[in-house]
Ligand binder design. Structure first.
Ligand code: ZN
Length: 276
């Protein structure tokens, strides 16, 4: 491995969901053995361990916790539903703090059939309510715009522009944006919006995978980097030219890869990552 490669390799982070078939113990052990330096923890991994305990185990293996995934889902048909979402987000911020995760990724939510503008208003109210809690706990809230194919139920925030509008409106060092290539690669304004985000100091996370043209499932058939059509290297350059120097987080939901040997998949991730 050349020096340049090892420097690049040290920025590899993997989301626990990518190796869904593995137990958390196996993930920690295998990432440490593979030299993976960063991990983003999905909340399902907190089911049988306290966040504090899990955080200690991860740090003991010399792996850095990059983020907790995920909070959000603020819109709701009734006020009671929206208040419940706010309570849930307060709880998730506590979990992130306990885990020692500096960031909480937000999938902001949408209500099927409800006007997008109304969902955005509800998201704004939700963010305004939980932001003080995040600031108090030292946890950054990171808005992840999702591909518009999920605008019905998962995220009324579908573009970097909308995410940037929110980040600018709140203008808190504890509210930023996550760029996931799967969700935003198609956007003709992507380069300009990444630059805008960087200029505002809000570029907080970078998620990578690939978009397969023969996708069989809009949720669980993401590609490994190189299997699809996203110009990941180009987007990475835009990120870095805009001042981003954080981890490159591999986030792959894939029935196909989950059905293969996970050690083999981890080796494929490493190899594909180094070729970006
Ligand atoms: Zn993502």
């Amino acid at each position: 491995m050349t020096f340049q490669n090892s420097e690049h390799f040290n920025r590899l982070c993997i989301h626990t969901i990518s190796n869904k078939p593995w137990s958390m113990g196996k993930i920690i052990e295998n990432y440490a053995q593979a030299g993976v330096k960063g991990i983003s923890v999905w909340r399902d991994r907190l089911a049988d361990k306290s966040p504090v305990q899990l955080g200690e185990e991860i740090r003991k293996a010399e792996i850095e916790i990059v983020s907790l995934v995920r909070g959000g889902f603020f819109p709701g048909k009734t006020e009671a539903e929206r208040n419940a979402a706010i309570d849930e987000n307060r709880l998730i911020i506590d979990e992130a703090a306990g885990l020692g995760a500096p960031m909480l990724v937000l999938v902001c939510g949408a209500v099927p059939g409800q006007a997008i503008r109304q969902s955005l208003d509800q998201i704004e109210k939700g963010l305004a309510t939980i932001l003080p809690c995040a600031e108090k706990n030292g946890v950054k809230l990171v808005i992840e715009p999702l591909h518009p194919m999920y605008a019905d139920s998962r995220s009324a925030i579908a573009t970097m522009k909308t995410a940037n509008d929110f980040a600018e409106k709140f203008d808190s060092p504890f509210l930023g944006v996550a760029v996931d290539v799967f969700h935003v690669w198609w956007d003709p304004d992507l380069e300009a919006e990444i630059k805008r985000c960087g200029d505002n100091g809000k570029l907080m996370a970078f998620h990578i995978c690939d978009w397969k043209q023969d996708m069989e499932d809009m949720l669980n058939d993401r590609g490994l980097m190189g299997e699809g059509i996203i110009r990941i290297g180009e987007i990475r350059c835009w990120m870095e030219n805009s001042g981003f120097n954080g981890f490159h987080e591999v986030e792959i939901f894939s029935n196909r890869w989950w059905n293969t040997d996970q050690n083999y998949f981890l080796q494929k991730i490493k190899k594909a990552y180094l070729q970006i």
